[in-house]
Write a protein of this length. Structure first.
Length: 514
């Protein structure tokens, strides 16, 4: 059988007609204006929102404004070498960052590139920085605690895995310290941590990295840094990139914790970008979609159901207020997005209460579901007692004649407040928190002078580890205080109090202050 030229032509034409594999071609455009890290590009009719654009000299950008006859894009990196007339090409890819376990223990920038001088990071996957949050059906209730090691949080405003708990307060009163202590407390546990530094100076980020390394916490932490010296587009991108890195662990059935430090500066960076993109300004010059800026980020924190692997991503966003003004635009936005807030008061901080957590204004909307059974049992009435103490103390300062029950309530409140004070970088295990809070709420500290409560706790912690280590380990293992353990704890507290010498403790406390 032979084929003539016409038959061969028909066969080729039919094969071509049936060939339906799409051919992707990169579109090109031309930079027509360039200023403040924003490029105005003519062309690129098929560009996607958030698409990665390729500029000359190895520089990349991200398309944000898709207008009728031009595209405005943010440039992710130095733009001094670029100029009007440069060619820009689409890549067909949304902006993405490397993800995977290889990032743990490293310091990277907003694009996932290493900046710690420890060499390249050989990751196997790259995920888009903007990803859809898990739906309601894909989630399960938040009922597993994130142990921060901070008594005032774990006992009063507990944080659960998959929760979004806001840290809010004025500058320099301990918001970052709480986040760092929480990360340090995960040492040897199953929670991978991500710390995002937004708009801070490079020295602060280096100090955090050094602290985490000193306390053995960098081994389970990724630091994503977009300092004040970086362009605003990188500060805008950093939290989304870090969230994607955290989602990798969540999607693989693991638990992760992410700290956004802080979202106030993130909003400032976005305002700067938006004004340069010529988007209409609104309240306080922020663009109209500034609420969506943070809601689409924080909604990605979740605890997935078992069908999706059961992993979780817990978010601790930080917001800086000015003169305790929680009613400002950005603070109220983020408060309405999160599942509760830990409010730090400047007055408490400067009065020596550290961490300076306001019991009355702080709240966790997950509540007791995120507490261990033992803590829930011993700290159940502690919040009410402290709130009543604060209210009584405000009135009692105007009166010298108080009845006995009021005096006892004030004294108990003073000791409980003192008990919640905690030194930085010294997170307490759950077993220790249960024992000392039980002592405080059941009258075992009523005869201890207020100024010696801290010394009592310090000595008790050493004594219980030496003489009743089995009680401590059993509490840590069970995370519940049954009748048998409670009896043992009562006996231990009575035994310790009998040997607690106020005079010796006073001398030790004085020596410690000296």
């Amino acid at each position: 059988m032979s084929l003539n030229a016409d038959d061969i032509g028909k066969i080729i034409k039919s094969r071509i007609a049936d060939f339906d594999v799409p051919v992707v071609t990169a579109q090109s455009g031309v930079v027509t204006a360039l200023a403040d890290g924003i490029a105005q590009i003519y062309g690129l009719e098929g560009a996607m929102a958030g698409e990665l654009l390729e500029f000359p000299h190895g520089v990349y950008g991200m398309a944000l404004n898709l207008e009728e006859d031009l595209v405005r894009a943010i440039i992710m990196g130095p733009f001094e070498q670029l100029s009007e007339g440069d060619e820009v090409r689409t890549t067909g890819r949304i902006v993405e960052v490397p993800v995977g376990r290889e990032l743990v223990g490293r310091v990277v920038n907003a694009l996932g590139e290493p900046i710690d001088g420890k060499g390249e990071i050989a990751t196997k996957e790259r995920w888009p920085v903007e990803r859809q949050a898990p739906g309601v059906i894909d989630r399960q209730p938040v009922n597993t605690p994130v142990a921060t090691g901070i008594k005032a949080i774990d006992a009063l405003v507990p944080i659960g895995r998959g929760q979004r708990e806001l840290l809010i307060g004025d500058r320099q009163i301990g918001k970052t310290a709480i986040a760092i202590d929480t990360i340090i407390n995960q040492r040897g546990k199953d929670l991978t941590c991500i710390y995002v530094a937004i708009g801070q100076n490079a020295a602060s980020v280096a100090r955090v990295a050094a602290l985490l390394e000193e306390y053995g916490a960098l081994a389970h932490t990724i630091i994503v840094s977009a300092t004040a010296g970086d362009p605003a587009p990188l500060q805008y991108l950093a939290p989304y990139s870090a969230c994607t890195m955290g989602e990798w662990f969540m999607e693989h059935g693991e638990d992760a914790l992410i700290v956004y430090d802080d979202l106030s500066k993130h909003a400032w960076a976005y305002r700067e970008i938006s004004l340069a993109l010529r988007r209409p300004p609104g309240r306080e010059a922020y663009p109209g979609d500034v609420f969506y800026l943070h809601s689409r980020l924080l909604e990605r924190a979740a605890r997935l159901n078992d069908n999706r692997g059961g992993g979780s991503l817990t978010a601790l966003p930080i917001i800086e207020t000015q003169a305790n003004d929680v009613s400002a635009y950005i603070p109220t936005n983020v408060i309405s997005i999160t599942d509760g807030q830990i409010y730090l008061e400047g007055d408490l901080f400067f009065a020596g209460t550290r961490p300076a957590i306001s019991v009355g204004l702080s709240v966790s909307r997950v509540g007791g579901d995120a507490m261990t059974k033992a803590l829930r049992k011993v700290a159940g009435g502690m919040r009410i007692e402290l709130a009543q103490y604060r209210a009584l103390a405000a009135f009692a300062q105007f009166s010298t004649d108080l009845d006995r029950s009021t005096r006892e309530q004030l004294e108990r409140g003073q000791r409980l407040s003192e008990l919640l004070k905690q030194d930085q970088y010294q997170p307490a295990p759950v077993s220790h928190q249960v024992m000392v809070i039980y002592a405080g709420t059941n009258g075992y500290l009523d005869q201890v002078p207020v100024v010696l409560v801290s010394e009592w706790e310090s000595q008790f912690r050493r004594w219980i580890s030496q003489t009743h280590s089995e009680l401590e380990s059993e509490l840590e293992r069970r995370l519940a205080l049954d009748e048998d353990l409670e009896t043992q704890l009562k006996q231990a507290l009575e035994e310790f109090n009998q040997g607690f010498d106020v005079g010796t403790a006073t001398a030790a406390a004085t020596a410690g202050e000296g």
